[in-house]
Design a protein. Structure first.
Length: 218
């Protein structure tokens, strides 16, 4: 951001940089927390996924503390988060603005028209993701090897796209990978025996209602 320039060669002002960093650090706080909640809920429902996470963490970290350089090695945790965001995208709608006059399904819209797009509609379609309703992180690792399975990553856009792509996407992924790794390194996550079904509750962002787990030391 400090080095970036616009089309005319102008650099960002201090106010521009402050506003973007402020948004990344504070506006994304709830988004990260809710995505982690949904991910942990899915992990407790799929013990084999948790076991794979723990195997990766044990291999990468061994007996040392997590360091920045370790994050890039946590490939499986990253696809677990990608799959969680595919199924449980917390921002259900994305606002986009037409840069030019555009035609959609034989309807013409003038420049600057605002559209509200459902962000996860295609994520649940089998034509884009095989067995789309299933939580299967492995699909993100097998996408190039298995040509028989449907996998269209561009149909899952939890961070939006285009000029309005989330500026905090890289930071949030690092934060979430670190949290999942540190938790699973020391603990086993399970559904609490008294827990009821978890429901989606939309209040600006989609959050899990009835989310309750128990934690055991490994």
């Amino acid at each position: 951001m400090l080095m970036a320039k616009d089309e005319d060669g102008n650099i960002f002002t201090d106010d521009d940089i402050f506003a973007n960093v402020f948004s990344i650090m504070l506006a994304g706080k709830d988004a990260v927390a809710l995505t982690l909640s949904w991910t942990i809920n899915l992990i407790t429902e799929n013990p084999e996924v948790q076991e794979s996470i723990q195997q990766e963490v044990d291999t990468v970290l061994e007996n040392k503390q997590l360091e920045y350089s370790d994050l890039a090695k946590l490939k499986y945790i990253e696809v677990v988060l990608q799959e969680s965001m595919r199924l449980k995208a917390i921002a259900l709608m994305i606002s986009v603005q037409a840069n030019n006059e555009v035609e959609v399904m034989n309807l013409s819209f003038p420049k600057d028209t605002i559209f509200l797009m459902l962000s996860r509609a295609d994520s649940y379609k089998d034509e884009y993701f095989s067995n789309a309703s299933e939580f299967n992180p492995q699909r993100w690792l097998d996408q190039s090897a298995n040509t028989e399975q449907q996998h269209c990553p561009m149909r899952s856009l939890p961070y939006g796209g285009g000029a309005r792509f989330c500026s905090g996407s890289v930071l949030s992924m690092m934060e979430m990978k670190a949290v999942i790794a540190m938790i699973c390194k020391k603990y086993i996550l399970k559904k609490d025996p008294s827990a009821t079904a978890v429901h989606e509750e939309y209040a600006f962002l989609m959050q899990p209602s009835g989310f309750k787990i128990s934690i055991e030391k490994r």
